[in-house]
Design a protein around this ligand. Sequence first.
Ligand code: SF4
Length: 258
Amino acid sequence: MARVESDLSRKRRARKMGRILEETHPDAHCELDHETPLQLAVATILSAQTTDQRVNEVTPKLFARYTRAADYAAANRAELEELLKPTGFFRNKTDSLMKLGQALVERHGGEVPGSLDELVKLPGIGRKTANVILGNAFDVPGITVDTHFQRLVRRWEWTEESDPVKIEFAIGALFDKRDWTMLSHRVIFHGRRVCHARKPACGACTLAKLCPSYGTGPTEAAAAAKLLKGPRAQELAVAAGVDPDLAPAKAMVAADAP
Ligand code: SF4
């Protein structure tokens, strides 16, 4: 018979997992390099269908050349396309950045606004991007429901919802608002480094005891540890009670695309 978990038990289990994630990923942060809200908005738009690393390779040159919203509004399309080429879908992304620049200049005096309502009305900015910007550039707590977040919260049975907005509200109800932004980073870190879409590293996962999906990936330590990713792969193994020598010394983190 299927196990029935009360709302209170689910909340307690989720919060316990949240604390373990905090210990597991003390380095969790927004992986898109940025210094200003505009830079973060641009980087987030560029991150569609590519990795954050790829975006971070492109943005230093981009941010040096385009410093204000007005620069994107008045961009030379061919030049901007050339800069964005390595991120894929560069024609669409060029279009989005030019339209974003124009909208910011026309409606917000060239500044990125700090409210969800205003952000989602801007071209190229959906709810997910708006929450990234709010949480990381304005310190307004936000839950970022990306592909990793969706996969993991369903594997953990924190919610049965599949619609991103419903997921956002369901998870928001389990945690204190002030924890939303960091929780999002930690869940996404876990998704990129441990709980992969195809082969999660169940046998080398700090959440194994509390995870209803334990066994989705290999449970044997040696096979699981090999799947750990990122510069802290060996530390992740230690945190899960696994011999660090079984984990790679350094392994690229997973891409955003499912
Ligand atoms: S036990 Fe497996 S499915 Fe559960 S969080 Fe860990 S890696 Fe993911």
